[in-house]
Design a protein. Structure first.
Length: 260
């Protein structure tokens, strides 16, 4: 089964532990993948080289098939894999695992909606994460499944943007597993203000985009606030130019940059 895979990135929004803030995610690339499934007693997944994601995606598949009580082995090969180096880790993981969920559903005669893909994926994630990180992954999955830029705060709170174009590529990665602040360390009132800032900037940016604002200008306008939250919570040093740290898989950030 040959499938077109839309790879997205978070372009605004920072995980703040304990929050349920929204994110803006947008497609930045398209891949072609070949997926095949066959019955077997011990579900396994064969993969090509996927930027170090092979272990996570294999564990996702094993948990997914076990949870759904299906005995299927699979293989997934990205046909234009030469372009993977410029893709964000988070978007690549979310899009390829969502592709597996879609292929598995199609094998059972179903056409899953984007919300179905998000919900079926949740129990299969190969890591434990705070809800703020879970929402970032959900936003990536939903954007990949629809192929559209979105504002996302859950499957019941999604807005799909029209006329939205932004060319982005990944140029680095950072690990940041432990937040630098907590309600106990800075006080509940101030921590709540930080959560409010992180959520409000995405909400206001979403309104500007909905009303026809240029994605590039909106990103430039809110980049200082995005960077301030990323620095305060995760210790990520602000980047130069039109680049920001975007949440990837839990504990990792992609350095995404707007390109001409």
């Amino acid at each position: 089964m040959k499938l077109t895979v839309t790879v997205p990135s978070i372009i605004l929004g920072v995980p703040v532990p304990g929050s349920v803030n929204p994110y803006i995610a947008a497609p930045i690339a398209v891949l072609e993948a070949d997926v095949s499934l066959e019955k077997c007693k011990t579900p396994q997944l064969k993969l090509g080289s996927l930027r170090g994601l092979e272990g996570l995606i294999s564990r996702f598949w094993e948990t997914l098939t076990r949870g759904l009580n299906v005995e299927l082995c699979g293989s997934l090969n990205v046909l234009n894999s030469g372009s993977l180096d410029s893709l964000p880790l988070g978007g690549l993981y979310a899009s390829l695992t969502s592709t597996l969920v879609y292929a598995l559903s199609r094998a059972h005669g179903e056409r899953p909606a984007p919300s179905d893909i998000v919900e079926l994926s949740k129990p299969a994630e190969p890591f434990e994460a705070d809800e703020s990180w879970e929402l970032a992954l959900e936003a990536l999955r939903y954007s990949s499944a629809t192929g559209k830029p979105i504002a996302y705060r859950g499957v019941l709170e999604v807005y799909e943007f029209e006329g939205f174009t932004l060319k982005v590529e990944a140029r680095g990665r950072a690990e940041s597993f432990k937040p630098r602040v907590s309600p106990e360390s800075i006080g509940y009132s101030l921590y709540g203000a930080l959560i409010h800032l992180a959520g409000s900037m995405v909400l206001e940016a979403s309104i500007m985009l909905r009303d026809g604002g240029s994605p590039l200008k909106v990103l430039e306008a809110y980049k200082p606030l995005h960077e301030a939250v990323a620095l305060a919570v995760w210790g990520l040093t602000p980047s130069s130019g039109q680049c920001i740290w975007a949440p990837a898989i839990p504990g990792y950030f992609d350095l995404i940059c707007v390109v001409a």
